[in-house]
Design a protein around this ligand. Sequence first.
Ligand code: SF4
Length: 275
Amino acid sequence: MQGHADGLRAAAGAAGAGGRSEGLQAPRRHRHPRQIYALRSIEQDLGLDRLYIIGTPCSDNTTTSRFHEFLARLADDPDTITYLEFHADFHVELRFRDGRTKEIPFLKLPISKLPPDFFPMTCRTCVDYTNVLEDITGGYMGGQGDQWLLVRNQRGDELLGLLGSEVRSSEPGSAGKRKGRVTGFLKNTWRAAGGLPLRGMPNFVRPIVGWLMPRVGPRGLEFARARPEMKAVETVLHIRRAYPKRLRTMVPEHVWAPVKPYGLTKDGSDTPPAG
Ligand code: SF4
């Protein structure tokens, strides 16, 4: 189901600001998946009538200081950046204090220049990209310009209902093929997990591929399938490298199915990807 960002924000506002609304104690939380696991585990002890959780998919966070290092690579005046958003059309949008905006194709992001520990191991091995314990999840993951909403249960449905006609929904679309993107990601992650530098694309090719990606890359539901597969690949490769003895206990069973088409196996009999 697709809706609009404003609609999701409206849902948050309508649910009340963490206090009582129509006699119902309805605090809401918007957290990273791992925090929601902790919150759900103590939900019964909190003495609440209902707990509504709204959130987004989550991937690859870093520390505040590292994030500022990243910003410094994106603009000459990083201190004046007021807004950054990763869009589904493979661009990052930056807004500046003086009203300027800047769009950077994902391919031009200086990812291969980031230090190897830029993303902590917790994020590189996180297996809940889609934030499964929320009542309603929104974001760009399965959208094609518009936002995408995943209503997981009756509480999520109640929250969406609060929006009424403010949200316009339609069936999500799907386009492109994810196999090549996920395979390319696997090759680079294999190198990174082995301590090798990420392989950057030649500069002259970047504008062409940057132009092609929003047109032929995985979009909509196909993109929504690609990201969890990439996260699963990343989890297996990094845990195998950093904690080989814990592979069986740290990688949940459901992660092995999405990595299988890419040649990764539980017993480690896979071979390094070519290239
Ligand atoms: S991706 Fe990182 S920040 Fe997000 S839930 Fe996982 S470990 Fe936490």
